[in-house]
Structure formats: structure tokens, C-alpha cells
Design a protein around this ligand. Structure first.
Ligand code: G
Ligand code: G
Ligand code: MN
Ligand code: NA
Length: 251
């Protein structure tokens, strides 16, 4: 209850910050994207993880203004970083299921918004493609009309049905970090990753490996033809100014 009151206050007082984690193009060894991850600097409790407040925001409908804040913030950062890092640099934005099913303001202003959509990627989870199919299909189409790309987050964890990969216009799958974690444990996880990459590529979908923590994992992924990597090996999620320093120091 306290958290709900505080969330309202936090929106009013702008206590949220977006952190960014680099996504590395494994073939070129360049940073081509950043995933935006929200943080809450609570005045009394310090940093609160989105894992703790996103569910509350979803239950209370506060996820709508919060999602709009994230979107606006990411667009502002994207415009700046396209000047700094080049016109192809992309920022990815996480969307939770409630943001797809609840009526959200920004989808109304998405149409007349002056953004270069191809500089943004929306990350959604597999589950969203199974439930509320028609709503989600329309939403995805709206993004695609704006040239915004779509990624499936935590791929491989939720559902056995893969038919949605054909049904929806998907640009990326993000292999869940549990698979990457176990890469060096034995042949099985390697086989699974190889199969996911092969399948994705046949469907014209690019692959991002999440939770890359070691050189060994990175090298295995490169050998498998994985397109992108993200994880602590490169950098944890960091504030925008630290991200800019990271970009300067890269290579
Ligand atoms: O970065 P971290 O591990 O704290 O993120 C925890 C979870 O919160 C992740 O599952 C991530 O997808 C989610 N998350 C982070 N930022 C956002 C956001 O801006 N919107 C939504 N809906 N989820 C987010
Ligand atoms: O659900 P989603 O994949 O969006 O969540 C991203 C979360 O994963 C963030 O909380 C981020 O901090 C975390 N993360 C990013 N890189 C790594 C990593 O290399 N290892 C681990 N364990 N977590 C990571
Ligand atoms: Mn994500
Ligand atoms: Na992720």
C-alpha cells in the first residue's frame, strides 16, 4: 500500500532513472544497441528494482504513465545518442504484458510522434504472443508501421509453441540467460543454443544472447553464429553518462 502511494509520488517527483546495458554486435565487435532498464531512486529506501515495483505498477494501472515516461525518456536519449554514436544505434524498451492489454496513452500519440522508429526495439515476452493474440497483433503492427523493431525477451523459457514466430513480425529473439549460463556445463545446452540460432536465422530473425558473463561463453556464441551478446562480461546496466564513457573506452 505504501508502495502504491510512493509510486504516485515518484512519478510526480521524477524519481525514476533509465539505466542502459550495451548489446554487442559479436561479428563486428561494436556496440550497436542498448537495452533500457528502469530504476527507482526511492528517497528513503534507496534503489528499488523494477522486479519489485513493476508488478505493483501493473496492478494499479500506474504502468501506463510509467511506460509513457520510459518511452519519452528513451526517445530523448535515442535522439542524443544517434548524433553521438551514429544513425544506426538503437535503444530497446521493455514492455510488460499489462502494457499491451491496458489502454495506453502513448499508443495514441505514437502515430503523430516525430521519431525515427528504426532506432528503437520493443522487448516483449513469449507469453504475450500466446495470450490476447489479436490485441498483441495489432500493437505489433502499429510498431512495425512506425519501423520500430520487435524482440522476444527471455526466449526459450516459457512456451513450447513456436508458431508465433511465423505469425508475428519478429526481428530478434533474446536467448534467456539460463541457457547461456549453462553453456560450459555440457553439450546439451550448446545443442539447444545452436538449434535456436539455426531456427531463428532460417526464419530471418536475429539472435541476442543474454547474460554473457565469460569470454568462453562469448567465444562459443561467436562460433555458433549468434548475432549479438549482452551481459556482465561487457557491462552491467549503467546510467547514461557511464554508458557514454563506456562507448568512448570500447576498443
Ligand atoms: O535490470 P533488472 O534485472 O533489475 O530488471 C528486472 C526486470 O524488470 C527485467 O525482467 C526487466 O525486463 C524489467 N524491466 C526493466 N525495465 C523495465 C521497463 O522499463 N518496463 C518494463 N515493463 N519492465 C522493465
Ligand atoms: O527480463 P530481462 O531480460 O529484461 O531482464 C534483464 C535483467 O538481467 C536485468 O535485471 C539485468 O540487470 C540482468 N542482467 C543483465 N546482464 C546479466 C548477466 O550477465 N548476468 C546476470 N545474472 N544478469 C544479467
Ligand atoms: Mn529485456
Ligand atoms: Na532481457
Amino acid at each position: 500500500q505504501r508502495l502504491i502511494v510512493d509510486l504516485h509520488q515518484a512519478l510526480k517527483e521524477n524519481q525514476f532513472v533509465l539505466y542502459y546495458q550495451p548489446i554487442v554486435d559479436l561479428g563486428k565487435n561494436t556496440i550497436s544497441k542498448a537495452e533500457s532498464l528502469i530504476r527507482w531512486h526511492h528517497p528513503d529506501h534507496g534503489m528499488i528494482s523494477p522486479a519489485d515495483f513493476i508488478p505493483v505498477a501493473e496492478e494499479t494501472g500506474l504502468i501506463v504513465p510509467l511506460g509513457d515516461w520510459v518511452f519519452n525518456e528513451a526517445i530523448g536519449q535515442g535522439n542524443r545518442w544517434n548524433l553521438l554514436f551514429g544513425p544506426d544505434f538503437q535503444i530497446s524498451i521493455n514492455k510488460s504484458p499489462a502494457q499491451f492489454t491496458q489502454k495506453s496513452e502513448h499508443h495514441d500519440w505514437l502515430d503523430d510522434l516525430d521519431v525515427n522508429g528504426s532506432n528503437f526495439v520493443i522487448e516483449i515476452t513469449e507469453g504475450m504472443l500466446i495470450e490476447n493474440t489479436s490485441t498483441v497483433e495489432k500493437r505489433i503492427q502499429k510498431y512495425k508501421n512506425k519501423k520500430i523493431e520487435v524482440a522476444i525477451d527471455d526466449f526459450g523459457t516459457g512456451y513450447s509453441s513456436l508458431s508465433y514466430l511465423n505469425k508475428f513480425d519478429i526481428d530478434y529473439i533474446k536467448i534467456d540467460r539460463s541457457f547461456i549460463n549453462n553453456l560450459s556445463q555440457g553439450k546439451q545446452y550448446q545443442t539447444l543454443c545452436e538449434a535456436m540460432i539455426l531456427m531463428a536465422h532460417k526464419l530471418n530473425i536475429k539472435v541476442i544472447a543474454e547474460g554473457v558473463e565469460t569470454e568462453e561463453q562469448k567465444n562459443m556464441l561467436i562460433a555458433m553464429g549468434c548475432d549479438y551478446g549482452q551481459g556482465y562480461l561487457f557491462s552491467p546496466p549503467v546510467p547514461a553518462d557511464v554508458f557514454e564513457q563506456f562507448m568512448v573506452q570500447w576498443q
